[in-house]
Design a protein around this ligand. Structure first.
Ligand SMILES: *Cc1c(COP(=O)(O)O)cnc(C)c1O
Length: 363
């Protein structure tokens, strides 16, 4: 069986380092928000060339607290993509704002920047681009629109750790970059975790309070906050894994290049614009025969996953907004044609050859 991910192998490669770090935390008895979290936050901010990093409880926490840290009120509108993981839109709903969807670009699967301006109204407060599957959105044009209309930009970088445009990392274009360290992400911990990186001191201080019950830990509460904290064990693990992530991303890119060389005449392979670097969080092909490919792979013992089978505007919790089938046709077609293949670091060239052969033969 070829899995989507091999986290066991990744762990065994760093076992000694991780076990030692975890034991140190256990003996130190600071378990939630402490020196490891602070060290990781500093390292993360430095990595991105920004002033601040704030560790939080999850990627969803990062998105939600970023929005909560800004003057966004119920009824305000936030522009995003309907083709993403549900959490992007959950964070918008948590702050009482209205998600305004813009269809995706058929080549990149990211928000179609040509369609954004027509959706901007007096109520629009922010744009939330999602760098889906690791491919950066067109941030140059998104930032130009944000400047023209005075909008915040909160980047959902849950899938794009280490991805860049002309050498500039995702998460460094907008007001905040939001990361998830869920185990399956390119930089993953061994539990839940997330972080926000940013340059604004005001936003940073707001998030530090919001993540910890609206208080900086002195039992003086400035606002009603939440519990969304990063723990010391996860931060210690992340400090170790941060030193490996670039190598792992490079291995994913090698795997992706091999897939594309083998598959490009049979299916639609990921499109990477000039100057863009993807971390290949997913290697996602597209074919009208997607279901047949998936079944054939499954029969051959090869895992594959449909990310995502139903665009967000058609999900039940959004019924209240009255979206219909056909509203975002590019996203709807993509959801019927996409299939993500195993691309993890450590996947062998032989396995990629075998997977590609199974796909080519079934078409
Ligand atoms: C994983 C993910 C999230 C949420 O992260 P959690 O850590 O699971 O809360 C948000 N957005 C996208 C695009 C994701 O892939």
């Amino acid at each position: 069986m070829i899995p989507m991910l091999d986290l066991r192998k990744e762990f065994l490669d760093i076992e000694d380092e991780v076990v030692a770090a975890v034991i140190d935390v256990l003996k130190g008895t600071r378990y939630v928000l402490g020196p490891e979290v602070e060290a990781f936050e500093r390292r993360l901010a430095e990595y991105h060339g920004l002033s601040y990093g704030a560790g939080v409880g999850s990627g969803t926490g990062a998105l939600f607290l970023s929005l909560a840290s800004l003057p966004i009120s119920p009824g305000d509108e936030i522009i995003t993509t309907p083709f993403t993981f549900f959490a992007t839109v959950e964070s918008i709903l948590y702050v009482g704002a209205k998600p305004v969807f813009v269809d995706i670009d058929t080549k990149t699967l990211n928000i179609d920047v040509d369609l954004i301006e027509a959706k901007i109204t007096k109520k629009t407060k922010a744009i939330m681009p999602v760098h889906l599957f690791g491919l950066p959105c067109d941030m140059k044009r998104i930032m130009a629109l944000a400047k023209k209309y005075n909008l915040y930009v909160i980047e959902d970088c849950a899938q794009s750790f280490g991805s860049s445009i002309d050498g500039k990392l995702t998460g460094t274009f907008g007001n905040a970059g939001c990361f998830s360290f869920y185990p399956s992400k390119n930089l993953g911990c061994y539990g839940d975790g997330g972080a926000v990186v940013m340059d604004s001191q005001q936003m940073y201080e707001n998030i530090l309070a919001l993540r910890n019950h609206g208080s900086r830990g002195n039992y003086i509460h400035s606002v009603v906050g939440f519990n969304s904290r990063l723990d010391e064990i996860q931060a210690a693990i992340l400090l170790i894994k941060l030193t490996k992530v670039e190598r792992n991303n490079a291995m994913r890119r090698e795997n992706a290049a091999l897939y594309s060389s083998l598959l490009s005449s049979s299916v639609m392979c990921p499109y990477i614009p000039e100057g863009y670097v993807s971390n290949y969080h997913q290697y996602t092909i597209r074919s009208p025969q997607r279901d047949k490919i998936k079944e054939t792979l499954h029969a051959a013992g090869i895992s594959s996953v449909v990310y995502y089978p139903l665009p967000i505007h058609l999900q039940k919790p959004l019924e209240q907004f009255g979206f219909r089938k056909g509203d975002f046709p590019v996203a709807e077609t993509a959801s019927q044609q996409v299939l993500s293949l195993p691309v993890y670091p450590g996947l062998t060239k032989e396995a990629i050859g075998m997977i590609s052969e199974v796909i080519i033969k079934c078409l």
